[in-house]
Design a protein around this ligand. Structure first.
Ligand SMILES: [Zn+2]
Length: 339
């Protein structure tokens, strides 16, 4: 089992105190349909930043940005759907509501709360052990953004009224084209083997990101590398810049994904020599790791796997429940939900 190869940087059990163990995943995210990452609401432009094109290429280009939140929120929701289906979400002690994202009452007891963290209104807090950063597109925004104008349609079903006047443009909407690549570095702090499987499953099985995701936002994630270390590895920005240098010029959308992965792997192969890095999984070890994750998430294994993971926090739940009981509050129990 290749997950054993990572044992020096895996926690044997969940603990409240950090111990300086880092696992880094290098993720290639590719759009498979039109995708929209906006800061807030419609009408806002797509998220982008001006940055240096490469590490050695010092031209300034505008790159699209997939923010931390746009990555993590759908991935958490994916995992939580399964926690819900296997009845592993808890209720919040104070108001009795089922754990949910983006509310003031996380349950503080479920796998998601222990792993991705929470900030509770009541003073408690759990830091996330999944550190993400903004991911950048390889190519400049000008190459990978399309826009379309949505015209008003008259009741006769055309864009002209009965006098033949053209309708006025209602809205110009920018979108990220299909086949656009983002490189991303995800850092995991002091996670156990089962937590690692849970996180990788969330990354690999989440397929929709960004706005109005029932119609757009299809993305495919691939893990190109996994490292163990005692510190953080280079950032997503450094990775995208170094890969851009290796790819050379001129680059055109759409990029060949095989050339891109080869270039990226060439860059990260050098990370082995970076300060604090203890190991990199080989290509075959990485394939084994992905197979291991898929097996644990399979129909036959998933129930066992998620329940075992959830069970691993039990001692900490009891401590938390005792504390709350001492303050005159009730004990948390898992909630029955229809699956
Ligand atoms: Zn929770």
């Amino acid at each position: 089992m290749s997950i054993q190869k990572l044992s020096s940087v895996l926690a044997t059990t969940y603990e409240n105190f950090p111990k300086g163990r880092f696992i880094t995943l290098v993720v290639l995210r590719t759009t498979h349909s039109e995708t929209i990452f906006r800061t807030e609401g419609s009408g806002e432009p797509l998220c982008s930043e001006f940055v240096q094109a490469g590490v050695s290429n010092d031209n300034i280009i505008q790159r699209l940005v997939m923010t931390k939140r746009k990555q993590v929120a759908p991935e958490r929701r994916y995992g939580r759907e399964h926690l819900r289906a296997h009845e592993l979400l808890y209720t919040n002690i104070k108001d009795g509501s089922l754990c949910s994202l983006n509310t003031n009452s996380p349950c503080e007891m479920c796998v998601d709360c222990f792993l991705y963290g929470f900030a509770a209104g009541g003073g408690g807090a759990q830091k996330s052990r999944i550190w993400t950063e903004d991911a950048f597109s390889i190519l400049p925004a000008s190459d990978v953004v399309g826009d379309r104008t949505i015209n008003a349609i008259y009741e006769n079903g055309t864009m002209r009224d009965e006098k033949g006047n053209a309708s006025t443009a209602l809205n110009t909407s920018e979108y990220i084209k299909p086949g656009v690549h983002f490189l991303d570095v995800v850092t995991l702090k002091d996670v156990t083997a089962d937590e690692l499987r849970y996180i990788i499953g969330n990354i690999l099985f989440t397929s929709r990101y960004g706005a109005v995701s029932s119609r757009v936002g299809r993305m495919e994630n691939q893990i190109l590398g996994a490292f163990g270390s005692i510190t953080e590895l280079p950032s997503s920005l450094e990775l995208v810049q170094a890969t851009y240098d290796v790819l050379g010029k001129p680059l055109e959308h759409p990029l060949n994904i095989n050339q891109l992965s080869t270039a990226c792997k060439q860059v990260i192969a050098n990370w082995q020599n970076k300060r604090g890095v203890s190991l990199q999984l080989s290509e075959s070890e990485l394939t084994d790791l992905i197979t291991d994750v898929e097996t644990h998430w399979s129909e036959a294994e998933r129930d066992n796997f998620l329940k075992r993971l959830s069970q691993s926090y039990e001692p900490f739940r009891q401590v938390a429940a005792e504390k709350k009981k001492a303050k005159g509050k009730g004990k948390n129990t898992p909630v029955e939900v229809e699956s």
